[in-house]
Design a protein around this ligand. Structure first.
Ligand code: NAI
Ligand code: MG
Length: 354
């Protein structure tokens, strides 16, 4: 199976972690019938400095014509905020990537790295946030004046329907028993429409329980009883906020993975962290967020849940032997970015070989 993977390494620690993601893709191609062709699609701050644009047309062409995009992180401390980073919005809008999928899974071996007390972690944490990724406040409709400013929060019926349907289909695939919808329907019109559509669609999934929670209450439930959630679907801004809150529960920002997805079309997979200028170039960044984003690529773009599971198992096995600095343990070896990638690759190799 031939697949073209566009590669955006980005800035700071981006290239370091993306190299480890590519390492995993190469192991898969060595031991399965996948065959990957990698095509560089540079974007971000370093690119802006040379070309005066953060997403050259040529890069976007490569991305558009690929089967999936593996993306590092972009942003440089010597550029104004947004100069590099707006490339991400261009890709999301340009490819209509309306699903932002963010798993928040705490590996058992990392329980002691979770900031919550054990009694709150309970049975464990394994939540997937499904965030609407193209509408709401992030459409940039509004104006900025001196005396006042406005941002328009606009959701269309179509926009709500497609993301909520995705969430239920995802829950069904994962055998999740409950889908939680997060909104602010006691105040916002957009949430009232959202909630109405959520219940219309839930009628087609009688085996899946549903619940509605207001965003403010949800932020406390997420740290009070995270084990009660499985699939959580929400709008763009609420999703931005709660998925970052969730990311902190799994031990390190470096562990978080994500997909910006349009089912059946080119989708973008990236770790949730930024370019981490404070550690860039030191060879210590945790590559697991990127490697788990590759896992999502197999599951969501290539329909290969088995390879996804193998990658997940390889990560879990590797975490019992060595770890990068951000999740280090006294009793285990502290590894560099490359060593962590190598260890996961060797675990994956041994499962794919059999
Ligand atoms: P950041 O995520 O880059 O770093 C926050 C903290 O987490 C830092 O202490 C960093 O060292 C640590 N960290 C991040 N990734 C890590 C990893 N893989 N392993 C170990 N530790 C890790 O967020 P920050 O500092 O707010 O932003 C830096 C730049 O990245 C900014 O320009 C920002 O706009 C950009 N950014 C880009 C994103 C993207 O490309 N999708 C997402 C978030 C931020
Ligand atoms: Mg964010």
């Amino acid at each position: 199976m031939k697949k073209i993977i566009a590669i955006t390494r980005g800035d700071g620690c981006g290239p370091e972690v993306v190299n480890e993601g590519i390492k995993i893709l190469k192991i898969v191609s060595d031991f399965t019938d996948y065959d990957f062709e990698f095509k560089d699609a540079p974007a971000g701050g370093e690119v802006w400095k040379v070309f005066g644009t953060n997403l050259p047309e040529k890069s976007f062409d490569i991305i558009k014509n690929s089967d999936a995009l593996l993306f590092g992180a972009i942003g440089l401390p010597d550029l104004s905020p947004g100069v590099a980073e707006s490339a991400i919005m261009k890709i999301r809008q340009g490819l209509d990537l309306y699903v932002n999928l963010r798993p928040v899974k705490l590996y058992d071996v990392l329980r002691e790295k979770c900031p919550l007390k054990s009694e709150f972690i309970g049975k464990g944490i394994d939540i997937t946030f499904v965030r609407e990724n193209t509408e709401g406040l992030y459409k940039n409709i509004g104006k900025l004046g001196e005396a006042s400013a406005e941002d328009l929060m606009l959701y269309s019926r179509d926009g709500c329907e497609r993301i909520i349907k995705f969430a239920f289909e995802f829950a069904k695939r994962q055998d999740h028993k409950i889908v939680t919808s997060v909104d602010k329907a006691n105040i916002l019109n957009t949430s009232k429409l959202w909630r109405k559509i959520f219940h219309e669609i839930s009628g087609n999934y009688s085996n899946i329980k549903t619940e509605d929670i207001y965003i403010d209450a949800f932020t406390q439930w997420l740290i009070r009883a995270p084990h009660r959630f499985q699939t959580v679907v929400t709008g763009n801004m609420f999703g931005d906020i709660i998925s970052d809150e969730g990311a902190f529960l799994i031990g390190s920002l470096g562990m978080g993975s994500s997909g910006n997805i349009h089912p059946g079309k080119v989708s973008m997979y990236e770790p949730i962290h930024g370019s981490a200028p404070d550690i860039a170039g030191k060879g210590i960044a945790n590559p697991i967020g990127t490697i788990l984003s590759v896992k999502l690529m197999f599951e969501e773009s290539f329909n290969s849940s088995e390879i996804g599971r193998n990658i997940d198992n390889a990560v879990e096995a590797a975490l019992q032997e060595g770890r990068t600095l951000d999740i280090q343990s006294k009793s285990l070896k502290t590894l560099s970015t490359i060593e962590m990638g190598d260890l996961i690759a060797s675990k994956l190799k041994s499962t794919l070989k059999v």
